[in-house]
Structure formats: C-alpha cells, structure tokens
Design a protein around this ligand. Structure first.
Ligand code: GDP
Length: 381
C-alpha cells in the first residue's frame, strides 16, 4: 500500500514537471524575435556569434539591433550657369590688362606711329596672334584716325567683339538623337585641366537636371580615375572606370553602354592626354571615337587648353585638331593669365569656337564663354 502511494506521488511529481517544461517551451517560443518589417530586410539583426544566446536575451530588443539607415551621401547642388558669369566676371577683369593697356594708349591725345606700335605690342603680348593683331590695328586706325571717331572705348569694344566672334554657335551638343545619350569626348594634354573640366561640366549638366554618366578613360593615370570618381560622387553621377593601364577605348565603350542602359542624357568621356607623336595620338583617339560610335555618335569633341601656355598651347591645339575633329574649345586657367588674347588666336587657328572658360580651381569655376561679357571684362566695364 505504501509503495502504491509512493508510485502515485512519483507519477504526480513527474507529471507536474512535464507540464512545467512544456509551458516553459511555449512561452519561450512566443518570445522568439519577430521578423523586422520589410524595409529592414537587408539589415543583419543578429551577428552569427550571438546564435547561441538564450531566447530571453535575443528577444529583448537592445539598442544595437536598431537598424541604421545607410548613410545617404550628401549630394552637392551645383550652381546654375546663369549666376556664374556674374560671379566670375571679376576674375576676367583682374586679368584685363589687355583692355586697360589698349585703352590707355588709344586715349592719348596724339595717335602717332610709336603709339600704334605699342598697341601692336600689347596685342601680341596678350597672345592675340599676328594676323588678328594686324587686322585689329588696321580697323582701329581707320576708325579712330581717318573717321575721327571720338570714343576709343566704344570703338575698341566693338572691334574686339568682332575679333572674338559674337555670332559663333557656342552651344554644347550634349544630347543625342533616337533616344541615345549625347557623347562628349574631352581631349587635351595632361595638366591642361581636362579631368577637372569633365567634373565641372558634369556639374553644369546636373544643375540643369540632366542625367549624366562619366567615363574615366584616362587609364594611364590612376589619379585621374580617382579624381573623376570623386567629382562624380559629389553630385551623384555614375563613373565608369577601368583598371590602370586598361584600354581607354574599352572604358569609353562601357561608359556609353552604361549611359544607354541607364537612359542617360549625356555621357562625358575623359581621355588620356599623353602627347606622344601625332600618329600615336591619332591612333588612340581615333580608336576611342570609333569604338564609341559603334553605340552612339560622338556629339561634341572638346579640346581643353591651358590659357597660360601661350604658343605651346597653340602647337598642342594644332596637333590635337589634326588627330580628332574638335568641335569646341575649353580655355582653362584664364583666371591665372593676362593673356586673354589666346581666345582669338586659338579660334582662328582651329576654326572652332571657345565654348567654355575655366576661371578658377573651384568646382563651379567654369562658365559658358560669352563674347560680350568677355570684352566688357577686358575693358573693365
Ligand atoms: P588634366 O591632367 O588635363 O586632367 O588636368 P587636371 O584636371 O588634373 O588639372 C590640372 C590642374 O589645373 C589642377 O590643379 C586643377 O585644379 C587646375 N585647373 C584646372 N582648371 C583650372 C582653371 O580654370 N583655373 C585654375 N586656376 N586652375 C585650374
């Protein structure tokens, strides 16, 4: 009888223990962490080393599992072009010794031969070039001496404007046809400001709400690729890049391909600026252009020239224009040069207009070239 009681007690105790165990399991099961809402699915909640922790520890939502939103890059809002010239005008005026020097000479009481010679020298020193200088001096002589026109400032302003070419089409061809992006090829010697200019142009286009893709085809300089990537990041523009030493044409091809796939408005391709012999340059740029044109026409070829390089720059300009059909010139570093006359000389030499001018190292220090504003700035007005 005693043993029967003992057995019953034993069964009761074991039974209770089992009930307790099952209840415990049910509770802990309910405490399992719930999946996070959909928006957080890409966030890893528990690192693998926490897999063995007790249910209670996992279920308590510590602050550390609060998913962090990926840090959104802060994109810069580039300045629109309208305000640029106003802001940069002072930099042109600062290099305006050309206009001021000419005005001082032309305002003399007596315009003798010595004065005309000094006028010629001033123009030549400012890199205007021999032929345009001769033409300008002829015009000024006729209008100021023969016609007796009285206001040298007006006459000089009008003649300089004629020389710079007020009616040339300076618009950038940045859009393509048939739903394809416009393709802008940027060429020029190393150091001219090519990569910087590609970055600055992309900012102008972004400010106009255009979708831009950049191709870092200057694969001979790892720094150029990095530099362009940084420009792209700052305004949220994709940069297609290749490894150092990769074939520039293949990078250019991939960039245009990416532009087409993304429905971009414009693809800008930076190229290598090694000035080897003309044949080498022709082969390289020719190949880049040919390969791009398997996908889309190149709508603009911009030659970047450093305004401070004078005659050297002119020689480079000639070589590049023979290697590839240049459609526009970007004159950089006009802020650091008193030789604005190169605008005239290079346009004459290549027969293509200066479309943009670089007026500083700042991200938005590039402006569309406006002949009237340029001449006004030269004359300090
Ligand atoms: P790249 O070798 O032709 O690609 O030349 P970079 O774009 O690397 O530019 C060479 C140097 O020129 C850099 O230090 C630029 O900041 C500078 N630079 C470019 N454009 C201008 C400009 O318009 N004004 C001034 N002052 N410096 C410029």
């Amino acid at each position: 009888m005693d043993s029967l009681v003992l057995v019953i007690l034993l069964v009761a105790v074991v039974g209770l223990a089992l009930v307790g165990l099952v209840a415990g399991l049910v509770v802990s099961g309910r405490r399992k962490p719930q999946p996070l809402p959909d928006t957080h699915t890409d966030v890893v909640v528990s690192p693998p080393e926490e897999a063995g922790t007790t249910p209670t520890e996992v279920s308590a939502p510590p602050a550390t599992i609060e998913p962090e939103a990926p840090a959104a890059p802060t994109l810069e809002k580039p300045e629109g072009t309208a305000s640029r010239l106003v802001r940069l005008r002072q930099r042109l005026a600062d290099q305006g010794s050309l206009g001021r020097g000419l005005l001082a000479l032309l305002s003399r009481d007596k315009l003798d031969e010595d004065t005309w010679e000094s006028i010629e020298d001033t123009l030549l020193t400012a890199d205007v070039g021999v032929k345009p200088t001769t033409e300008l001096v002829e015009q000024l002589r006729t209008r100021l001496r023969v016609d007796g026109a009285s206001d040298p400032r007006t006459v000089l302003g009008e003649e300089l404007l004629q020389l710079v070419g007020p009616d040339l089409d300076r618009r950038l061809q940045v859009t393509g046809d048939d739903g394809k992006p416009g393709v802008v090829l940027v060429v020029g010697v190393n150091g001219a400001g090519k990569t910087t200019t590609v970055g600055k142009i992309s900012r102008i286009l972004v400010a106009e709400d255009r979708h831009v893709v950049l191709g870092a085809a200057d694969t001979f300089r790892a720094a150029a690729v990095e530099q362009l990537a940084t420009w792209g990041e700052r305004v949220g523009v994709d940069v297609v890049r290749g490894d150092e030493g990769a074939d520039p044409a293949s990078v250019a091809f991939r960039a245009v391909e990416a532009g087409i796939d993304a429905g971009a408005d414009t693809v800008i391709v930076d190229t290598a600026g090694r000035l080897q012999n003309k044949q080498g340059l022709m082969d390289e740029l020719g190949k880049v252009k040919r390969v791009i044109e398997k996908l889309a026409p190149v709508t603009e070829v911009l030659l970047v020239l450093d305004a401070t390089t004078g005659q050297n720059g002119m020689i480079q300009a000639r070589v590049f224009s023979e290697a590839v059909d240049v459609s526009g010139i970007v004159l950089t570093k006009l802020d650091g040069s008193a030789k604005g006359g190169i605008v005239v000389a290079v346009q004459r030499e290549l027969g293509v207009p200066v479309k943009l001018v670089g007026l500083g190292e700042g991200a938005d220090d590039l402006a569309p070239f406006d002949p009237r504003a340029f001449v006004d700035a030269l004359l300090g007005g």
